[in-house]
Each structure stands twice: as C-alpha cells, then as structure tokens.
Design a protein around this ligand. Sequence first.
Ligand SMILES: NC(=O)c1ccc[n+]([C@@H]2O[C@H](COP(=O)([O-])OP(=O)(O)OC[C@H]3O[C@@H](n4cnc5c(N)ncnc54)[C@H](OP(=O)(O)O)[C@@H]3O)[C@@H](O)[C@H]2O)c1
Length: 300
Amino acid sequence: MVAVLVLGAGGYIGSAVAKEFARKGYKTYGLTRKADKASALAVDGVIPIVGDLGQPEGWKKQAQEALIWVNAAIDYADPKPAQTAFAELSAIAAAAPGKHVILQTSGAWAFGNNPLPAPAHNEFSPYANQGLAWRFDIDNGYLNNKNWRGVVVIPPSIYGGSSSLIGHGLLSQVVNGTEFKLASFDDGNQYVPLVHIDDLADAYVKAAESDYHGRLVVSEGNYVYRNIIEAAFATEGKKGTIHAAPPAKGDFGGFGVSLNLRLDNTVARTKLGWYPRHHFVRSLPSTLAAYKAHAAAKKA
Ligand SMILES: NC(=O)c1ccc[n+]([C@@H]2O[C@H](COP(=O)([O-])OP(=O)(O)OC[C@H]3O[C@@H](n4cnc5c(N)ncnc54)[C@H](OP(=O)(O)O)[C@@H]3O)[C@@H](O)[C@H]2O)c1
C-alpha cells in the first residue's frame, strides 16, 4: 500500500486532502500540532502525527516510508519551519532519487493585477505587502529539484467545508446583513476564480497518480465578484446592496479578492483528467447551509 505524508493536515486544505487520500485507499499520515485535530483526522482514516513542521525528527520516519508528500502547512509569520521541512525532504529524496512526488501548495494571489500604477502595484500586491516573497523561493525549490517529481498546486479562493476565505469574506456578509462591503478597484466587476474544497482535494490525488510535473492551476472557473454576491443574496431571499471600495492597506484578504484575476484550468483537465464537479452558484444553497452550521457550532 503506497503511503502518503500530508504536512499541514490540520488545516483547511491539508485536512481535506489527507481525508481524500485515505478515502482512496492510501496509507495516509497527517501532521498537525494539535491533539484535537489529530483525533478528527483519525476518525476519517488518517494516521495522525502530532508534531511540528520545523522539527522533522517527529515526522522523518513517516516521510521515509511515504512515496507521496503533500505540503499544505503555512506559517505566514515565519519561513523557518517551511525551509526546514524543504531541507529534510530534499535530504531524504537525495538518498533515493526518482522515487518521490511532492505536491506543494501555493496560492493564486501572486498573479493578476489591479489598476494601480506599476510601482504601487508591487506595494499593494498581497504577497509583497505581507513580506511573503519567501514562499515563492520554496515553491521554486520544490519545482526544480531533480530528485523528485515536483508539482506546485495553485488554488484560487476556495469554498465549501468547514471554513474558507469565501466563507468569512463573502458568505458571512450575505448571511448577517444586507449592506455588502466589497474590496474592489473596479466597482465589484473584477474576476475572481474559485474552486470547491472537494474538487481541489481530488486534484491532489489525481496529480499524485499522474506523471505531471510543474505548476498546476486548480480552478473551476472565473466569476465576476459582483455577480456571485448578487446570486448569494438571491439564494438567501434577500435584496442586498453592494458598496465597492479599494481595500485598506494591509488587508490581505481584501487585496486578494480585489485582484482582477483569471485562471485557466486546461492543464488540470488535459494532463490529469480532472474536472470540477461543483459550480459556485449552483452550490450556493448547500454552501450557505454549511457555512451557517459551522458558524453556529463555533458559537456554541
Ligand atoms: N484557504 C484558501 O482559500 C487558500 C487558497 C489558495 C491558497 N491557499 C494556500 O494553501 C495553504 C494552506 O492554506 P489553508 O487555508 O489550508 O491554511 P490553514 O487552514 O491555516 O492551514 C495551515 C496549517 O499549517 C499548519 N502549520 C503551520 N505552521 C506549522 C508548523 N510549524 N508545524 C506544523 N504545522 C504547521 C497548521 O497546522 P496545525 O495548526 O494543525 O498544527 C495549519 O492548520 C497556504 O499556503 C495558503 O496560502 C489557501
């Protein structure tokens, strides 16, 4: 039985990906620092490892056993754990070249644009603004190491499941009011690509099972943000008003969704045979119901 190690298995993406590998019959290890998340993983058939990304002695044995590695861990404030994990996996792969596949999780907000003049664009880019340029060095390291097959997965904003930026940023405003504050440089007419968490998890498994190497955009499609907010209000049976204004400096999520961004999923479709089973607007009734249930459970 092929073993998989998921780093960041307590997270939104990592837990969904770990569960999907387990569901498909892989012996799946999942690293988390938290005991409660470890129990939740075990319930879904993932073998939990309680440990830290930056302390590989806690997960090295499982990394040596696994042929498939997934990295969905991130500490935005500290690059060191990610760099340490990269060094550890590199050393294991150097001792057994050509055996491993690594699926590194990146993000789409490095791409796209907004109508600010060029010098300001850098300043206002979500990653540059947050001092996160280091994560792209790590992505490139995973892509360029010849001792493994590297896939850098690029998800856009994600919806569905327990929590998501779309949950916090879009659904919460629609559920809790009628005056929608929308970060935008274009009166809410920017394109925002989306993917459902289950379709994303499916793409990780398909990428592991393929021979694809390279960057992998996993997006179901591009939506005009204003249109999907209106669709969400309509699903709730409400008449909402949208107030569009540029995001404040330092508003990472606001800058992310204000980028006018379109992603092409042709590579995922042609190289992996992946196709999205969800459509954001068609899924709104269940997505809104799930959001409300999770919000209520959090409050209780
Ligand atoms: N969510 C989105 O909409 C989205 C969209 C595109 C790209 N992405 C990217 O996808 C990646 C994962 O995002 P996410 O939304 O799943 O984030 P998340 O829910 O915050 O999960 C990240 C996980 O990283 C783990 N982690 C952080 N530091 C660690 C350490 N030192 N040792 C062990 N684990 C550590 C945490 O695990 P524990 O607390 O369980 O230990 C946490 O659960 C990020 O790189 C993000 O930028 C996310």
